[in-house]
Design a protein around this ligand. Structure first.
Ligand SMILES: NC(=O)C1=CN([C@@H]2O[C@H](COP(=O)(O)OP(=O)(O)OC[C@H]3O[C@@H](n4cnc5c(N)ncnc54)[C@H](OP(=O)(O)O)[C@@H]3O)[C@@H](O)[C@H]2O)C=CC1
Ligand SMILES: O=C1O[C@H](COP(=O)(O)O)[C@@H](O)[C@H](O)[C@H]1O
Length: 584
């Protein structure tokens, strides 16, 4: 870190806070305006000037339309409620604009998720008044062709169809396309020219979404940083997973990105953190007196994080075979949820406070070994006259692949709160159902007065709290109650908060929440580099051993409940998978 010449030695410590974009900015705005405008991102060649400019100006962007809507529900401390912003050069105000460039615009994720999420934000007035969306990819396309491609993917919310087609037209008019290579500075210089045409006369902030394969992340960041970063606004980059394949490659990726970007410009996305029920996990825990006191080894017997899909890797086999289910789902999505579940109470809802607690819990976890996991791979299956392919039937997957499409793991957190509590994870493709959920199984009621009503298996009578992340978002608690009538018969029932019956409003897609947060500079739901390091540290030795020893996965039929190895693993820790019990 270096401070610009505008920081005297006596203000050095304060100056360092300027490195933090947005919420954590401690210096008064007047000081910030003294910092000269720079035309690049955090170039390693001249870091001192660049870092300041890029990092400290996030409060210069417009907030009129989306104030109070970012995920922590608070306006940023320096928020202004106008689309007029003080210019970086002086005290006069100027209009602000944001340019969002989707790199890899021709791809699957861009079409399926990113453009629709941007439209949904626009539809609900969550984007600033002045904004432009650019697509960038190698494919040759005109603006009109991009608009046609996007319009085929846009939908209106079921509950809000009013003016939807007008809104679509207005949105599409703001969408443009620039074709170019990912490693071409010239390509990004052309993009920069086009962006400038749209931004003319306005303070421009730029957000790049890297919706591309990981092997070209660094090329894009280099070219965009040198040729297409904002000159007098902030520049942020959303990076898609995978963030490396192991601790080493992830560290290397981080180091390469940081040649061009500061950590506070990098928004590593894990879309599970944007899911409604995952956001609700902390609310449930920290704002209901009845849960937090129970949230420890004293009352919780085990916790389960379950992800299943009822389809295989169809179409993504080439990518998947290089990663496998542990990297694709466990090391990121499920581990992130686990960290949120198990962390201590953060000091505040500020991003760094939550991320600090997540890092602590991840660093308290035991590194996984082969004994802690079981792996599987789906095989072909015939049901009636329908046949389902094996994983290795995919032409992009080698016939002898041992890449797991299913895994179950037992994890432990060696701290005072969770000592000895098994945290089980299970993730699989081509299973019998699509679901993601968190299950909390509580201990027995000591000396239960009604124990003879439960027979010998007291485990069947313990409470279980379930957060169903998808589909049909719900939070339900299994309790014991008396069956009405004479005599004393006990029953298990659910206290059930089913979102679709409780709320008529459609639940926003995770990408909407995360894109809005990135626009707002809210980092709480993005992964910090030390979180990533801690997550890889847990899984890397196991992944290496699985690969070096070429451990063969247990085969399970497409559409089944997965390999029996998962039951043995759970049984070893006195656990029964909640999703397979008869009263689920
Ligand atoms: N698809 C999904 O559901 C999810 C994807 N992701 C991540 O998001 C990112 C994008 O995913 P997705 O859209 O599926 O990816 P795609 O494979 O569809 O690639 C996106 C675009 O990148 C360009 N591209 C593809 N392969 C190469 C290559 N080998 N070299 C250079 N350019 C290439 C293509 O554009 P052109 O040829 O026009 O340049 C393509 O349209 C990836 O990092 C992925 O891991 C994360 C979660 C889910
Ligand atoms: O990141 C990924 O997530 C999807 C599942 O996302 P969901 O929101 O549809 O549950 C998974 O299919 C894919 O393999 C993985 O890369």
């Amino acid at each position: 870190m270096a401070c610009s010449s505008s920081c005297s030695s006596t203000t050095l410590s304060k100056c360092s806070f300027q490195q933090l974009d947005g919420r954590n900015l401690l210096l008064p705005r007047r000081r910030l305006r003294l910092i000269p405008a720079i035309t690049r991102w955090n170039s390693s060649s001249s870091p001192s000037l660049l870092s300041h400019h890029i990092s400290d100006d996030s409060n210069l962007h417009t907030r009129k339309h989306f104030q109070l809507k970012s995920s922590n529900g608070f306006p940023p401390p320096n928020a202004v409620s106008s689309t007029k912003e003080p210019s970086a050069a002086g005290s006069e105000e100027m209009d602000a604009t944001i340019s969002i460039t989707v790199v890899g615009a021709s791809g699957d994720l861009a079409k399926k998720k990113i453009f629709p999420a941007l439209f949904a934000l626009f539809y609900e007035d969550n984007l600033p008044e002045h904004f432009t969306v650019f697509g960038y990819a190698r494919s040759k396309m005109t603006d009109e062709q991009l608009r046609n491609m996007i319009s085929a993917t846009l939908t209106c919310r079921i509950d809000q169809r009013e003016n939807c087609s007008d809104k679509m037209e207005q949105f599409l008019k703001r969408c443009f396309y620039q074709s170019g290579q990912y490693n071409s500075e010239e390509g990004f210089a052309q993009l920069d020219n086009r962006l400038r045409e749209k931004e003319v006369g306005k303070l421009s902030n730029r957000l790049f979404y890297l919706s591309i394969p990981p092997n070209i992340f660094v090329d894009v960041v280099r070219c965009a940083s040198l040729r297409a970063s904002a000159t007098i606004g902030w520049t942020r980059v959303i990076v898609e997973k995978p963030f490396g394949r192991d601790a080493e490659s992830s560290g290397e990726l981080t180091r390469s990105l940081k040649k061009y970007l500061k950590e506070d410009q990098i928004f590593r996305i894990d879309h599970y953190l944007g899911k409604e029920l995952v956001e609700n996990l902390s609310v449930l825990r920290f704002s209901n007196l009845i849960f937090e006191p129970l949230w420890s080894r004293n009352y919780i017997r085990n916790v389960q994080f379950i992800f299943s899909e009822d389809f295989g890797t169809e179409g993504r086999g080439g990518y998947f075979d290089n990663y496998g289910i542990i990297r694709d789902i466990m090391q990121n999505h499920l581990l992130q949820i686990l960290a949120l579940f198990a962390m201590e109470t953060p000091v505040s809802l500020e991003a760094e406070d939550t991320r600090n607690e997540k890092v602590k819990v991840l660093r308290s976890m035991r590194t996984l070994t082969l004994d802690d996991v079981t792996i599987g791979q789906y095989k072909g299956h015939k049901k009636g006259d329908r046949s389902y392919p094996a994983y290795t039937d995919d032409p992009t997957v080698p016939n002898n692949s041992v890449t797991p499409t299913f895994a179950a793991a037992a994890l432990f957190i060696d701290n005072a709160r969770w000592d000895g509590v098994p945290f089980l994870m299970k993730a699989g493709k081509a299973l019998h159902t699509r679901r993601a959920e968190i299950r909390v199984q509580f201990r027995h009621v000591p000396g239960n007065l009604y124990k003879r009503n439960f027979g010998t298996d007291l485990d069947k009578a313990t409470n279980e709290l379930v957060l169903r992340v998808q589909p049909d978002e719900a939070i339900y608690l299994k309790i014991n109650n008396k069956v009405p009538g004479l005599g004393m018969r006990l029953d298990r029932s659910d206290l059930n908060l089913l979102y679709k019956t409780r709320y008529s409003k459609e639940i926003p897609d995770a990408y909407e929440r995360l894109l809005l947060d990135a626009v707002e500079g809210e980092r709480r739901l993005f992964i910090r580099s030390d979180e990533l390091d801690a997550a890889w540290a847990l899984f890397t030795p196991l992944l290496k051993e699985l690969e070096e020893k070429k451990i063969a996965p247990e085969l399970y039929p497409y559409g089944s409940r997965g390999p029996v190895g998962a039951h043995y693993l759970a049984a070893k820790h006195n656990v029964r998978w909640g999703d397979l019990s008869s009263d689920d």
